[in-house]
Design a binder for this molecule. Structure first.
Ligand SMILES: *Cc1c(COP(=O)(O)O)cnc(C)c1O
Length: 326
């Protein structure tokens, strides 16, 4: 049976997303061969990886009779923007609890949140999880049926999107008669990597799944992955087992912290734009590509190999970072 085919799902993303080769970049580097999986092209109000998770999360919300989806993130959250978009597609209200306070000028993802009809609530000094709980209570008091999506949609339901995505990738690679030695992706809240790990195990995918953390160090993120991967497998009734070696995550590229654009991200974004006409984003894929380039420089990945870079989206945040990018 097809992976995840018995889980309720709505159609949101344009699938399959293309797999293309970064020919010029690979050449400039003298190898490895670099492929890219274009999940920036999932189509959901400028695309990104959350579209895959939301196919399962929105289905679950509808199943539970919700009229409102509620989630959290930073002011430039791609997850919040895609949640607002997916909610609009299915006639649900979206309420976004964003960290900090109103910046006054609404640009990038925040502009899109507004266009998509989201109700934005600023958390101010309140920790995000507390602000989320408070918002849920208020919305319920006002008579709404609320479906809460935690940070990044990284629940077993959301991560299912990436279990299924691995099956999609495998059939594309089979058709192209290609094998990859590694799949490299940015890791934030962990659901994408956890889902891929489950899919890889279930399918016997030969390549290693390599996360580049953009958000927190290994001591925070590895336990999250170690919890979420088996719980996602259990949710899907998959009999797979993990060992420590499965959880590959680099935390060397956190720079000045989450969402802070530094020279490595800027250079990676500019380089890939000029060599491939592919736009990376300032928070996730710019950082992950900077990590990949560094790992290639160090010989962790080498000329004889094929590496797949998973472009998870986020380009609508570029404009908000214009000053730091030029
Ligand atoms: C959310 C996000 C990620 C990280 O996905 P997680 O499942 O939270 O680890 C990566 N790239 C982009 C562009 C994102 O918006």
């Amino acid at each position: 049976m097809e992976l995840g085919s018995d889980v309720r799902r709505v159609r949101i993303a344009f699938l399959p997303t293309p797999v293309v080769e970064m020919r010029r970049l690979s050449e400039e580097l003298g190898g490895p061969r670099i492929l890219v999986k274009r999940d920036d092209q999932t189509g959901l109000a400028t695309g990104g990886n959350k579209a895959r998770k939301l196919e399962f999360l929105i289905a679950d919300a509808l199943d539970q009779g919700a009229d409102t989806v509620l989630t959290v993130g930073g002011p430039q959250s791609n997850h919040a923007r895609q949640t607002a978009a997916a909610a609009a597609m299915y006639g649900l209200r979206s309420v976004l609890v964003l960290s900090g306070s109103d910046p006054g000028e609404w640009n990038g993802n925040l502009l899109l949140d507004d266009l998509l009809g989201a109700k934005v609530r600023w958390a101010g000094d309140t920790p995000l999880d507390e602000a989320l709980t408070a918002a849920a209570k208020e919305e319920e008091k006002a008579g709404h049926r609320v479906y809460v999506i935690p940070l990044g949609g990284s629940t077993p339901v959301g991560a299912t999107g990436y279990v299924v995505a691995m099956a999609e990738l495998k059939s594309q690679l089979d058709e192209l008669e290609l094998q990859v030695d590694a799949g490299v992706l940015p890791t934030g809240s962990g659901g994408t990597q956890a889902g891929m790990l489950v899919g890889a195990k279930a399918l016997g995918f030969p390549g290693q799944i390599v996360g580049i953390s953009v958000f927190a160090d290994r001591s925070t993120m590895v336990p999250i992955l170690k919890e979420l991967a088996p719980s996602t497998a259990e949710f899907l009734g998959l009999d797979v087992a993990f060992d420590d070696g499965d959880f590959v995550l680099y935390d060397d590229y956190l720079g000045q912290g989450y969402g802070v654009l530094g020279a490595p991200e800027r250079e990676a974004i500019r380089r890939v734009a000029r060599s491939e006409a592919i736009l990376l984003d300032p928070v996730y894929t710019g950082r992950a590509m900077a990590g990949l380039l560094d790992l290639i420089g160090k010989g962790v990945f080498h000329a004889g190999q094929t590496v797949l870079f998973w472009h998870t989206g986020g380009t609508s945040a570029l404009f908000e970072y214009a000053e730091g990018l030029t």
